[in-house]
Design a protein around this ligand. Structure first.
Ligand code: FPP
Length: 259
């Protein structure tokens, strides 16, 4: 045994010695409105407090073995909120980038904003493009902000892009596989999320990462997003670590037991 432990292949065999693969965590940042209401504050202040929670979560993530963090900032359905609240939500990326983009750049974070650009003001589009360009060289940590994003819209957009490729003779329908389809999604550059966290007590995906969620573990937490921080993220990952991920297969022990 001792000899085996010292052999060059011991690392590959002794699984416990291997570092766990880095995680992709996705978060539905929910509960800003309720947080504000409980304090007798306008909803806008709940959203601003939500930006602070995002900052805490981004700084806590790398130490928890998270390498990709995808957060839901504005959905394609959020346009139906009152105009004043939509305006407040549209101002959040500016608020966040103005205070944090220099630090994100310095700390090796690559920022991507996923979602439709149509509907966003030219100023906001420029702000987003600048933040992405400024951090494009980074690869230590990946922060995807879903903004004007909807899972169904993204799947429809991906289908349209593939159909355009077919119409232009660049692709053939029979070539389409799950992998090729996924390469047309806004999340093509990130692995599928390992875990999707939703605070605030609600238990649904609300059109977030519908394709990508196929084998994600879902963790629901009873905390409102503006109160979220490192301890909540850690607790969510502890729940995740206790999950048995089988991807539709059975484990070898179960096969033997059945035989
Ligand atoms: C849902 O809570 C939250 C949102 C629609 C906005 C999420 C945005 C942030 C947390 C700020 C960070 C964003 C960026 C882009 C930097 P809700 O308002 O629906 O809460 P409620 O269900 O309690 O009303």
């Amino acid at each position: 045994m001792a000899a085996e432990e010292n052999s060059p292949s011991a690392g590959a065999q002794g699984r416990s010695a291997e570092a766990p693969p880095p995680l992709h965590v996705a978060v539905v940042m929910d509960g800003n409105g309720r947080w504000a209401k409980r304090r007798g504050l306008p909803r806008s202040l709940g959203h601003r407090a939500g930006v602070e929670a995002l900052k805490r979560t981004v700084s806590a993530a790398p130490d928890l073995n998270i390498r990709w963090l995808t957060v839901f900032g504005f959905s394609t359905e959020n346009w139906s909120r009152p105009a004043a609240e939509v305006a407040e939500l549209m101002a959040l990326p500016k608020r966040y980038f103005e205070s944090d983009i220099a630090r994100l750049e310095r700390e090796g974070v690559r920022v991507r904003v996923i979602g439709r650009r149509e509907g966003l003001s030219p100023e906001l589009v420029k702000l987003v493009e600048d933040a992405q360009a400024r951090t494009a060289h980074n690869d230590r940590f990946f922060l995807n902000i879903a903004f004007n994003y909807g899972g169904q819209a993204d799947i429809a957009d991906a289908a349209r892009r593939f159909a355009e490729d077919v119409a232009a003779g660049r692709a053939r329908p029979e070539e389409l596989t799950e992998q090729l389809f996924a390469s047309h999604l806004a999340t093509a550059d990130s692995p599928a999320p390992d875990v999707i966290i939703r605070p605030s007590g609600e238990q649904r995906l609300s059109n977030f990462l519908l394709w990508e969620a196929a084998y994600a573990e879902l963790v629901f937490q009873d905390v409102l997003w503006p109160d979220y921080g490192a301890e909540h993220l850690k607790a969510a990952l502890q729940v995740f670590a206790g999950r048995d991920r089988r991807y539709g297969a059975v484990v070898a022990d179960d096969v033997l037991a059945a035989g």
